[in-house]
Design a binder for this molecule. Structure first.
Ligand code: SF4
Length: 387
């Protein structure tokens, strides 16, 4: 018989997490490539989701002070203003943001009115991450996005008047996207008032409409060398604009790195609420049910709604910290790591590290273990050897 799930809402035993993620699982429609936890065209569920979220948050033993709050989705700004106010009120009653804390929200360019942005500003949002994906209308159409490129540019300027930090998500490797189109999208992005940019290669996730179309031969992925050239262009050109490459997919002006995501890459603990949300508290990683209606039903009846959980051993925690740090351009500070986990890096993964150093994929510079530039292009295969 499997061991019963631990109480994932138990009060933290040591220092409480300083970060919280909240998931808003609603979108206007589901884009063909998206496998995130969400429902589309089911806005009638929003009031029930808010009640369910309130019940889940009630499981905390007390309010916590955090340094970062990240509201992700879905499209959090798909909520109307009344729903957003209720949502922020819920957050406020369970979390206090420390002075100079980071309060991020994900948003899409459509539907962001001045009135909604004013509300976000008044509620303390100081970082907005916009799902722009491309500044080419043909690429946006392939991705089944509902905004146009010129609208996105306008919205970025508009956001920058309300919210100090604006970040963009961009996708490369879209079927039929030529390298030149990606270069133009990046050049447009870099001319805009943004402090942060994230670039992701398109993936064909299992269960998505894109994956089915790929199998049917209706969508052809770009060639590997084209995708590699697109990534190479990004990591060469974006830093020239002053937005340094600090993580596999992320670039930021100095001091504008996403502090919330740094918590993940630092293998630190964090709270998580809402359908599909992950948390890491008391050495237990757990993920909420990804089925939105199941999660709502469970929490309306005040029942935990977990997809899975894992109690990490000391060894697993240390290995995971190495794996996650390899996402960071600066890499892993080896002396700090050995003190924090009370383990020798050489004993843990010495053979694998030596193998990849000899192969030119890893290097150690001033006590930091990190991927080389060449290693960045095959990061997944190197990182998997370190787990
Ligand atoms: S808008 Fe974003 S979260 Fe919503 S379906 Fe499209 S890709 Fe997924």
């Amino acid at each position: 018989m499997p061991a019963p799930a631990p109480n994932v809402y138990a009060p933290p035993e040591g220092e409480p997490p300083r970060a919280v993620y909240l998931h808003v699982p609603f979108c206007q429609h589901r884009c063909g490539y998206c496998d995130f936890t969400l429902v589309a065209r089911q806005d009638d569920l929003i009031p029930q989701w808010l009640t369910a979220l309130g019940n889940e948050l009630q499981r905390l033993d007390r309010p916590y002070e955090v340094d970062t709050i990240f509201v992700g989705g879905g499209t959090p700004t798909h909520l109307n203003e009344t729903q957003l106010e209720e949502f922020f009120q819920l957050i406020r009653s369970h979390f206090n943001l420390s002075e100079n804390g980071e309060f991020s929200i994900e948003a899409n360019p459509d539907g962001l009115t001045d009135s909604k942005l004013t509300l976000l500003q008044q509620c303390g949002i100081n970082r907005i991450s916009l799902g722009v994906q491309s500044f080419d209308d043909d690429v946006l159409q392939v991705l089944e996005r509902t905004h146009r490129a010129d609208e996105a540019q306008e919205v970025i300027h508009q956001c920058s008047e309300f919210i100090p930090d604006v970040s963009l998500d961009l996708i490369f490797g879209v079927p039929d996207q030529q390298l030149e189109l990606w270069q133009t999208t990046l050049e447009t992005a870099l001319s805009l008032p943004i402090s942060h940019v994230s670039t992701y290669g398109l993936t064909f996730e299992k269960g998505t409409a894109f994956e089915q179309r790929r199998r049917a031969g209706d969508l052809l992925p770009v060639m590997d060398d084209v995708e590699r050239n697109m990534y190479a262009f990004a990591i060469d050109v974006i830093p020239e604009s002053g937005r340094a490459h600090y993580e596999t997919s992320n670039f930021a002006m100095p001091g504008h790195e996403c502090r919330h995501n740094m918590v993940y890459w630092d293998a630190s603990e964090y709270f998580g609420f809402g359908p599909g949300a992950a948390r890491y508290v008391n050495g237990v990683r757990s993920t909420n049910a990804r089925n939105v209606t199941r999660w709502i039903r469970d929490w309306l009846e005040n029942r935990d709604s977990l997809q899975d959980h894992e109690v990490l051993s000391a060894d697993a925690r240390a290995r995971e910290a190495i794996y996650l740090a390899m996402r960071l351009v600066r890499g892993l500070n080896v002396p700090e790591f050995e003190t924090r986990f009370n383990v020798s890096l050489t004993e843990l993964v010495g053979n694998e590290v030596t193998h990849h150093i000899e192969g030119g994929m890893l290097e150690v510079v001033d006590g930091w273990l990190r991927l080389t530039r060449e290693g960045r292009f095959v990061a997944d295969s190197v990182m998997i050897d370190l787990v």
